[in-house]
Write a protein that binds this ligand. Structure first.
Ligand code: NAP
Length: 558
């Protein structure tokens, strides 16, 4: 890639799952495009998160790309829930197989983007000092790519090693015999704790609020089993396309109250012991909306926790009391609860003794000082909009995206933003990709965005801006999808909660997810395209080589 080149038709920001697929589509269409990636290499989430235990909790064969039969036939997933190292190898394999690396530029952090209204171009300022221009930007910057640290004094004073899980050292960390602290009990910590409990000297978990979890029940995939999976790929992807979350796990078609308690218990026994998200997503739909149904399931899971954790006092501390099962993103675990049966694992309940500060030797709570060799911050992310906020994005009239989204994001289909023309978001807030098996949603979104590009190229349009009205309607509709959901009361990234980010603390709900399910989302988005994008104002500028719009392809249909 010639780094001297400064103008492209499309710039894709991010070389993770979405960026890889986006550049593949563009290259196939012969569109002049490049990927800018801030990391030294591709992989996005799977490049960064190298903490022990990091793996899919989507079935591997539902997570991989679906676009190439050859790729599906070649790749052997080794486990039902593949680990980070293998996932990164997979993404590299895809990039190399389709020769995509030559369209990628690494160590290129986009610091600012400004829409040039006179020329219908985006100008991007890169950390290496270059300014690049392009007609379209596809922001494939990930949903959970802006890690957040606790607001604690003394973090820099600690004399041992400390890091956020996102930045787990790539060369690995020798944990043997070490005194390790883990702060947080989200999906990341739950994977990490289960994996390292028997590898460290002492492990102390600092828990502010317990999180519901369920067993992953992972296992290896034999060559024979993989051959069977390959033969069923069409069936597998078709099944995913029909479920709300794009997983193989489809909700019960019977209602919670249509079956006896005995039948419910039988179903839960089966789902809890099966692989993956079944206990969450193949359950009764009522558990997401009905307090009593949710409470009965929560009691069931609490009993499972009591059966797995030997010390009843510890078990009670691990049972969430402030939210019901499945109303936050459910972490799947391997030996997580059993970790607390080990003599070298200790649980500190921060609701009783909050953290006061980090000291030179460890952590101080209101009760006492703890000494550690390593402190791990498993404290989560400024989800979805956090990565957008890290770029100074200015649209029409110099409007700043961070200002527009200060209180809450507003989008059209989660794919476009009014006032920010030609800006495409395959992984933005308010589309179905945020609430589903990510790659399935991402493929849909990339396809939709690429079709829009193609539509504009065919007609010589140089600018596409979703209308203010369409954005307002979509954003109100997304908020409505929260109304019946118990999740709206829970403190999680599903509602934009993060105690470490100003404005995202308790009390402010941000409508980040489209909760209507992927099939409905896809139908709505495809309908918009089929009807000629009536919610989008198109226009053609006078840039060299750009033709006037074809007759009948009217601009600005608001
Ligand atoms: P998270 O779910 O937001 O959890 C962060 C944890 O840190 C919570 O337990 C939180 O406590 C705690 N915490 C934050 N600030 C704190 C503070 N100042 N003091 C004490 N505790 C603090 O983040 P995550 O575990 O990284 O997971 C984020 C998302 O990443 C998941 O929901 C999932 O979507 C994704 N993920 C996916 C996988 C996978 O695919 N297998 C694996 C890991 C993560 P509170 O609950 O009290 O706020």
């Amino acid at each position: 890639m010639g780094e001297a080149k400064t103008d492209y038709e499309v710039i894709v920001v991010g070389a993770g799952v979405a960026g890889i697929y986006q550049i593949k589509r563009l290259v196939d269409l012969g569109i002049d495009a490049t990927v800018l990636e801030s990391a030294p290499d591709l992989g996005g989430t799977w490049y960064w998160n190298r903490y022990p235990g990091c793996r899919f909790d989507s079935e591997s064969y539902t997570y991989g790309f679906s676009f190439s039969r050859e790729l599906l036939d070649e790749w052997h997933w080794k486990e039902h829930f593949s680990s980070q190292g293998e996932n990164l190898r997979y993404l590299n394999y895809v990039a190399d197989k389709f020769d995509l690396r030559r369209h990628m530029q690494f160590n290129c952090k986009v610091e600012a983007m400004q829409f040039d209204e006179a020329r219908d171009l985006w100008q991007l300022k890169i950390s290496d000092g270059r300014t690049l221009t392009c007609r379209f930007v596809s922001l494939a910057i990930g949903l959970l790519s802006a890690p957040t640290m606790p607001k604690l004094e003394g973090i820099a004073d600690f004399k041992g090693r400390s890091f956020h899980t996102f930045y787990w050292p790539h060369e690995g960390v020798d944990l043997a015999g070490k005194r390790v602290a883990v702060i947080g009990t989200g999906a990341t910590a739950i994977q990490l704790i289960g994996e390292i409990a028997d590898k460290v000297g002492q492990l102390t978990v600092f828990q502010r609020r317990p999180n519901w979890s369920a067993p992953l029940n992972n296992s290896a995939i034999s060559a024979d089993e993989m051959a069977g999976i390959r033969a069923r790929y069409d069936e597998i992807f078709a099944a995913c396309a029909l479920t709300p979350g794009s997983f193989l796990h489809a909700p019960q078609d019977r209602g919670f109250y249509e079956v006896s308690r005995e039948e419910r218990l039988k179903l839960w026994d089966k789902l809890y012991d099966e692989r993956g998200f079944g206990i969450w997503l193949a359950n009764f739909r009522d558990i997401f909306m009905d307090e009593a149904a949710n409470a009965e399931l929560s009691d069931y899971i609490a009993d499972r926790i009591r059966r797995r954790v030997r010390d009843p006092r510890v078990a009670e501390k691990l049972i969430p009391k402030d939210h019901g099962f499945g109303v936050q993103r459910l972490p799947l675990e391997t030996k997580y609860l059993e970790a607390y049966n080990r003599d070298n694992v200790h649980l500190v309940d921060l609701s009783e003794t909050p953290l006061v500060r980090v000291t030179g030797n460890g952590l101080r709570t209101t009760e006492r000082d703890y000494e550690f060799d390593i402190i791990v911050y498993a404290t989560g992310f400024d989800a979805i909009t956090g990565a957008f906020d890290l770029i100074d994005i200015r649209g029409v009239g110099g409007e700043r995206l961070a200002a527009k989204w200060k209180d809450a994001p507003s989008t059209f289909l989660g794919l476009l933003i009014h006032g920010f023309p030609n800006l495409l978001m395959p992984t933005g807030p308010q589309s179905a990709s945020a609430s589903t098996n990510f790659p399935r949603g991402i493929e849909n979104n990339v396809n939709w965005c690429t079709d829009l590009l193609q539509y504009m190229r065919d007609r010589g349009y140089t600018r596409a801006d979703a209308s203010r009205e369409a954005e307002a309607r979509w954003t109100a509709y997304v908020a409505k999808t929260y109304e019946i959901m118990l999740m709206r009361k829970a403190k999680s990234w599903f509602t934009g909660y993060n105690s470490n980010v100003a404005g995202h603390e308790e009390g402010t709900i941000r409508y980040f997810l489209y909760n209507g399910g992927t099939p409905k989302f896809r139908a709505i988005a495809n309908d918009v395209a089929e009807k000629g994008y009536q919610e989008i104002a198109f226009s053609a500028g006078e840039r060299v080589g750009v033709q006037a719009p074809a007759a009948g392809a009217s601009a600005a249909r608001l």
